[in-house]
Structures are given as C-alpha cells and as structure tokens.
Design a protein around this ligand. Structure first.
Ligand code: MGD
Ligand code: MGD
Ligand code: MO
Length: 697
C-alpha cells in the first residue's frame, strides 16, 4: 500500500521516538490521515532533534508500508534457508512453538537451557526490547544472552575508568575549542552531534578526525589522521608522552582526582611519537601536532573535547584503547570545563528499572548459563558437554538479524541450517535470518506500538505512542511473548502487564510520566560538568588510570596498547586490513530492503587505495574476490581516496541475499573476542583481494 491522502482528510500528529540503534534517539512526529501514516519528521520542540531526521528514518513510512512486510505468521515448508513458507494462524503457530519448547524444557533438569533468546537493538525501546521477553525466558529458565555484539568492550572500559557510561553532555560540544572525533563517522552515524560540532567549528574550534578511513566526516574536519585499524591505544599513549614531555598537564587535577598516575606516566614514557608512528602507520609529526593542539588547551584552559564512537573498539585491544582515550581528559584537566572531556556513551545516566521490567526473580534458585551472542556461529555448532551444557536446541530471535550481522557467517549459516535446531524469528521482513526460521512471527513497527526510550548519546528520556493500527496481523513483541506465556501455562500476574503499564514501570517515579505523555521527552537532571571536581562513580571516586577491579581478574590493571590479533603485515598471505563500518543509508542491516535507500547506497562495494589496486592489476568497478582463511566474498571494487594504503573498507551490513553470491562481508570477519567486554572484533580482519570472475547474477 502506498500512503495517499485526500485533500480534505483531517490530519493528526503523533509524538514518537526513533527506535534505531543510534546515539541520537530522535523525537519523532508522525502525521496521520485517515488512519495512515503519511509522513515522519523530527520534532522541532526537541532541542537535540531540532526538527530534522536522517535520510533513512525519513523513509520510515516506506519501510512500514513496504509490500514485503510480513503480515501473518508463517511456517516453514521448504528446506532451511530456502525461504519457503506458508501462512498459518496465530493460534496454530503459538501452540506449535509452545509444544516444542515444553518438550525441550521438560526433558531433564535445567534442560530449558537448551533454549536461547537472541536479540539486540533492532528497536532500542525498553519495552519492545527486553521486558516481557525476558520475563518469559526467566520463567522458562532458558539460557541468558550476553548482549555483546556492539559496545561491550567500550562500555566495560568506560566503567573501569570513569565509573560508568558517562561523559560530556551533547550540547556543550558547541562550546568546545578543539574536538577530536575519534573512531566516529559522525555525519553517518551521529548526525545530531555533528550539528553541535559544526556550531563549534563556525565559532573557530578546530576539528580533528582520527579514523583509518577518510570518511564523510574526515572531509569536513581540519585534519585527518588515518591510522591503521586497532592502533588507537598506541596513538593515545604517544599523545600522553608528549603531554608529559612538554608538561602540558593539569597537575592539580591529576593529584586530586586520579588514581595510578605514576604508573600510567611510566608506561606512556615508553611511547615516544617515533615508536607509535611505526605502529600506527602515520608520521611522528602528525602525533606531535595532535599533542600540540591538545596540550595548547591545557595551557590556555580552552575546552578540549573528544567524541569517540564504538567503531574503534571492534578490535582485539578495543577495550584498552577506550580506556586510554578516556584517561586523556584527566591529564589536561579538561573535565573542569563543561565543554571539555569525552563522550562515548551517556547510558548510565538513565534510571531504568530493569529488574521491574525483566523480573530476574522469576528464575528463583536457577542459574542458567550465559551464551555470548558474538560467537553464535561456534555456539550453535557445539555439542553437549559438561563445560558448555546442553547443545542449543531452540533459538528465539527478535530485534536482530544474526545471519547477516554476526561474525564468521560460514559458521553462523552452518549453525542456523542445522536440521535439528528449532528457530523462531519475530520480524518485520523476510531477512537472511528469517529464511532459516521454522516459524516467522510478524512484529509491529515503531509506528504501531507503545514504548519508552533512553539514549546513549544524550540525556533525554523519550516516549513513543502508536500512530497507526498494527498492519495485517502483526503484534508487538510484548504481546507475542504474553500470548506464548499463556500457551506455556505461565500464570504469574506479571505476564498480564500491558504495554502502557510497562512504559510507566521503566523509569518508575524517576521520570515524570505525565510529562513524557504530553511532551514526548523529559530531560534528566544531570550536572553540566560531571567530573569538574572528580566525583567519578568508581570505587575510589577518582578517574581510575589503574583499575584494581581489572587487576583482580588477572588482567593488566593499567591500560596498554594491545595489538590486533591479525596484524597488518605486507608479507603475509592476507596483507590488507579490512574494516566494515556503517553505511550512511542503512542502520546495520535494517533499511537494506528499502528500495530508495538501497538505490542511494548503490551496491556492496570494497573501497581500495589506487596503489593497492594497481599492485593487483585491478580497476575501478571490477568484480573482486575478497578472501581469507575463513571465507570468500565477491563484490565490486571502488578505487577511492577514502581508503588508505593497506586498508580496505567494505561498507555497511548488506543483506546476504543482495550480495553477488548471496553473502556479505561477515564471511570474512572472525569470532575472536576483545581484550575486555567479550565483544566481537569485526575490524580486526586481514584479507587478500584478487580479480573475481564475472557476477553470476
Ligand atoms: N547511518 C548509520 N548510522 C548508524 C549505524 C549504521 O549502520 N548506519 N550504526 C549504529 C550503531 S549500531 C552504532 S554501534 C553506532 C556507532 O557505530 P560506529 O561503528 O562507531 O560507527 P561510525 O561512527 O559510523 O564509524 C566508526 C568509524 O570508525 C572507523 N574505524 C574503524 N576501525 C577503526 C579503528 O581501529 N580506529 C579508529 N580510530 N577508527 C576506526 C570507521 O572507519 C568509521 O568511520 O552508529 C549507529 N548509527
Ligand atoms: N561486519 C560488520 N558487522 C557488524 C557491524 C559492523 O560494523 N561490521 N556492526 C555490528 C553492530 S555495531 C551491531 S549493533 C550489530 C547490529 O545487528 P542487529 O542488532 O541484528 O541489527 P540490524 O541488522 O539492524 O537488525 C535488527 C532487526 O530487528 C528488526 N526489528 C526492528 N524493530 C523490531 C521490533 O520492534 N520487533 C521485532 N521483532 N523486530 C524488529 C529489524 O527488522 C531488523 O531486521 O551488527 C554488528 N555487525
Ligand atoms: Mo552497534
């Protein structure tokens, strides 16, 4: 259906929130006429959204009314992966699912652990994300899921160093005099931060981008430091070296509000710029110049800010690198000014009552194992053992598309294709993952359900009201788990809570719900300059350069440069480092099937520097084979100055089915985990590239 309105149909505007996994969490206004959503736009009354949505979310109605939207429950009738399904009733689908889950759960003590939930941030909503779903899995005694696929290395690093996912307030970047945009393509993935950075730039601030790729954001900064992937820790240490060597330090701040300075100082002194330059693949002068800019702010008390994003922590040493960068503001006392410091995530500001939403108490005395979502490929292929517990027999997927987005697709696909695995997928579309489902259940989109939101880029809580009726027979995730609980005979009263009750529960009394209902957002009361006088929520109350908690786990208490697993070396079989950062017109693998956005993005490509292409006799637009010991993937080559020598960029998480051979970049990525936080290492990946034969389709 294509939304049209008659000129005389009255329109209403409904307040909502963008549900996507992005730091901006925009306040959204949906215009509805005759029960149809005709337009979504940014809420002009919400300061951070400032009336503007990004290009992708502006297409939300196109996605919602997409002709390929799944509108009825489906049951698999062909082989797994073939995408052959038939329509069934909700009652038939839920009864069959309940029967299968009951059979697994009743086959022995703790047998329910063979059932695994798999979900991430398809919606960031606190209610349609994990509320009723987790109540269901807790009551069942299913395995727990470690939700590591994106941010857990950086999150753990922030917690160890600053005491939580806390940092500068978004709006104050506009007052900064120097902004280091570190491992973030803000124009693509944090557009509403970019607006404040622009304001600062117009007021004379200097912007420096630190990124292996010459991104759209790098184009707009004064300087770009194109270091090799996974070398940020070395750069941060050399920066500290220079700050120490020139005494561009805030000795008072260091003495009063930090822990472990003597140790960190000693380590940093082992990293003169010449040493780091070799590791990072840049010049020592670039490092010295960066240090002069950062140090000048220390000397003149001008506010220096750092915007990190999660891109830089998807490597072996990602956690350590984030720790080192999070230490930097304390060296120069940047936290004293509200426009100084660092921001990676603001999540810990939100007083979310997860225990009320998810009810872990329903587990009683049971303590199920935890499955790491980032190694789902290996996990699905593991047999029962004393160490692992029962082999995974059932997977319930919602808010995620693991067959496309999880590393080492070869193993992931093999796991999902297991004939004896029972897979249920709650989705809007027939994704790569839905192709492997035994049952696909139609879920509502953000325009069709209630939710409340937090943000990892600002400090406003948001509310989402449904703007239109559910399409077809789609139901909210919550409702699907509510009905499944009923089929399973779960009779705890908590399975009766409706969505508005859950929305109220999320923040309890900590956020004025009536204000959320009327305005769509509530700004949390947070200090302007959170660490101006220390007060870090760490065990010591200080910025912890040295973490006793990490040391107690047998890890290095002091952050260090931890090299990649797969280290750039031109003499190996796989001499190119491949990174696969977000595409501007997609949101991970979401929106890939929206024709207008896919057309803007073009087709799956690999960016390569002209010198690397010439050395291989490759030309622009050639079909190439990208391969390593894990797999092989074919796409078109784009010779581009966005790629530095030695590094190739495979943008976006394309659906496998749109790829030349029905695969995507994750054929090549590995399941190795980060130093801390057990996160994936998507950008720690060596490959070789050669001419591919002509495309088969
Ligand atoms: N349009 C769009 N927006 C998105 C997303 C999307 O897919 N599309 N994804 C969303 C999600 S899930 C997340 S987690 C967030 C944040 O997602 P991030 O992954 O942080 O995304 P970006 O900020 O786009 O990109 C990170 C930048 O880091 C660079 N990079 C890669 N490796 C390294 C490295 O080793 N060191 C350094 N310094 N830089 C490196 C990449 O080239 C890229 O320009 O964005 C969200 N926003
Ligand atoms: N190579 C490579 N791989 C990556 C990354 C990378 O940079 N490079 N980035 C990684 C990162 S940072 C992340 S966060 C992950 C993201 O991976 P995922 O969390 O799997 O995110 P998406 O691919 O966007 O898939 C989300 C799915 O949820 C569905 N969905 C949305 N809303 C709802 C809802 O209300 N109900 C239900 N039932 N479904 C819904 C959407 O239709 C979509 O198919 O990917 C990771 N994978
Ligand atoms: Mo992410």
């Amino acid at each position: 259906m294509n939304p049209h309105t008659l000129p005389d149909t009255p329109t209403t505007q409904v307040l909502g929130a963008c549900p996507h996994d992005c730091p901006d969490t925009c306040s959204m206004l949906t215009t509805v006429a005759g029960g149809i959503a005709i337009k979504v736009q940014g809420n002009p009354d919400h300061p951070h959204t400032d009336g503007a949505l990004c290009a992708k979310v502006s297409r939300y109605p196109e996605r919602t009314y997409h002709p390929e939207r799944i509108l009825h429950p489906l049951k698999r009738v062909g082989p797994k992966g073939s995408g052959q399904f038939e329509r069934v009733s909700w009652d038939a689908a839920l009864s069959a699912i309940a029967k299968r889950l009951q059979a697994i759960a009743s086959s022995g003590p703790d047998a329910a652990q063979a059932i695994v939930p798999y979900s991430y941030a398809g919606t960031m909503g606190l209610v349609q994300g994990d509320s009723l779903s987790m109540r269901f899995f807790h009551q069942l005694g299913a395995s727990l899921l470690d939700r590591t696929i994106c941010a857990s290395a950086g999150a753990e690093a922030l917690t160890q160093t600053l005491g939580g996912k806390l940092g500068m307030q978004l709006a104050f970047f506009a007052e900064s005099r120097l902004i280091l945009i570190w491992g973030s393509n803000s124009i693509t993935s944090n557009l509403h931060f970019w607006r404040y950075a622009q304001e600062a730039k117009r007021a004379g601030a200097k912007l420096i981008c630190i990124d292996p790729r010459k991104s759209e954001t790098a184009d707009k900064c004064h300087e770009h430091i194109a270091l090799l992937p996974g070398t940020d820790g070395a750069l941060a240490l050399a920066l500290m070296h220079e700050l120490i060597a020139h005494d561009w330090l805030d000795h008072n701040y260091l003495a009063q509000y930090t822990l472990g300075w003597d140790l960190l100082r000693e380590r940093a002194l082992q990293w003169p710029p010449q040493r780091a330059a070799v590791v990072c693949g840049i010049t020592a002068e670039q490092i010295r110049s960066l240090a002069r800019d950062y140090g000048a702010c220390a000397a003149s008390h001008a506010p220096a800010a750092i915007r990190m994003n999660y891109g830089m922590q998807r490597v072996h040493g990602g956690g350590n690198a984030v720790r080192l960068i999070a230490c930097l503001p304390a060296l120069i006392g940047a936290w004293r000014n509200r426009a100084g410091g660092v921001l990676l995530s603001s999540s810990s500001n939100f007083p979310v009552n997860r225990a009320a939403l998810q009810r872990p108490d329903l587990l009683g005395t049971r303590t199920p194992r935890t499955i790491n979502m980032s190694t789902i490929g290996d996990n699905l292929l593991r047999k029962s053992s004393a160490e692992f517990g029962p082999a995974i027999q059932a997977l319930i997927v919602y808010n995620s598309n693991p067959v496309a987005i999880a590393p080492e697709s070869g193993k992931v696909v093999q796991g999902f294709a297991r004939g004896d695995l029972f897979t249920v997928v709650l989705e809007h579309f027939q994704t790569d993952t839905a192709d492997y489902a035994d049952f696909v259940l139609p879920a509502t989109t953000q325009l069709e359900h209630w939710d409340v939101h937090s943000s990892y880029g600002h400090t406003d809580a948001l509310l989402n009201r449904p703007a239109i009726a559910p399409q077809g027979e789609a139901k909210p995730n919550t409702q699907i788990f509510r009905e499944l609980a009923q089929k399973m005979g779960f009779d705890d009263a908590c399975f009766g809570d409706d969505d508005q009750t859950l929305c109220r529960m999320a923040y309890g009394d900590a956020v004025d719900f009536d204000e959320l209902l009327s305005k769509g957002f509530v700004t949390l009361a947070t200090p302007d300059a959170p660490f101006a006088q220390g007060q870090f929520p760490t065990p010591s109350g200080k910025c912890e350069f040295f973490s006793a908690r990490l040391a107690a786990q047998g890890l290095d208490g002091l952050p260090d440069h931890v090299p990649n697993y797969e280290r750039f070396n031109s003499s190996t079989d796989y001499p190119l480092a491949m990174i696969s950062p977000p595409a501007r017109n997609f949101l991970n693998s979401t929106f890939v099937n929206v024709a207008s956005l896919r057309e803007s993005e073009g087709e799956p490509i690999l960016e390569m520097h002209a010198a690397d292409a010439a050395a291989r006799g490759l030309g622009n637009g050639d079909v190439v084979r990208v391969f390593n010991q894990r797999g092989s993937y074919r796409c078109k080559l784009k010779i581009s100055q966005r790629a530095r020598p030695g590094v190739v960029n495979g943008l976006g998480v394309w659906w496998r089915k749109y790829g030349l051979d029905g695969s995507n970049v994750n054929e090549l990525t590995s399941q190795a985990l980060t130093d801390i936080g057990k996160a994936p290492t998507f950008y720690d990946c060596l490959v070789q590239v050669e001419a591919g034969v002509n495309p088969t389709r």
